[in-house]
Design a protein around this ligand. Sequence first.
Ligand code: PNS
Length: 174
Amino acid sequence: MKRRAVYPGSFDPVTNGHIDLIHRSAALFDQVVIAILGNTDKTPLFTIEERVEMLESVVRNRRNVSVTTFSGLLVDFVERIGASVIVRGIRAVSDYEYELQMALMNRRLSSRVETVFMMPAETYSYLSSRLVKEISLLGGSVRGLVPPAVERRLAQKYKGMAGAAGAVPGARRK
Ligand code: PNS
């Protein structure tokens, strides 16, 4: 039986930490479906189409990884596509509480779906999409933290936001 896993998230934007986890999960499961949450109460920086594009360019050469979007309950999506595993990354103990709560709630919603926690490489243990956006906004370098294509897109986004860095005291423009 083929094991299909879902790696869900906002991916706003995808970071090298996410990519590390994609590679690790692709080595463990027959198929990995990266599922980007569409309907969220957070206001994303990148549109869902942009996030799909960025992730697709990252997994282009991975035969057993695909990218899609979902809305509604994650467990419903997982079951609908015939998967049985949710992959989530845990960087530090601080992630654990929230992730445990979600995993147990998802288990309550569907006992057929199991959550697997994976650790990214230590290099990425302090990396998050939120920090990447903040650094970019303030004119700092995110080289080595995100793929080059994402780095370019971040620069474009914030270039378009006239005065964004200028609004923050001490912020440098790129
Ligand atoms: O990258 P994120 O923002 O930490 O991902 C969170 C995500 C998308 C995994 C979570 O918000 C989610 O699963 N949302 C779908 C709605 C849902 O199923 N909610 C109940 C979760 S217990």
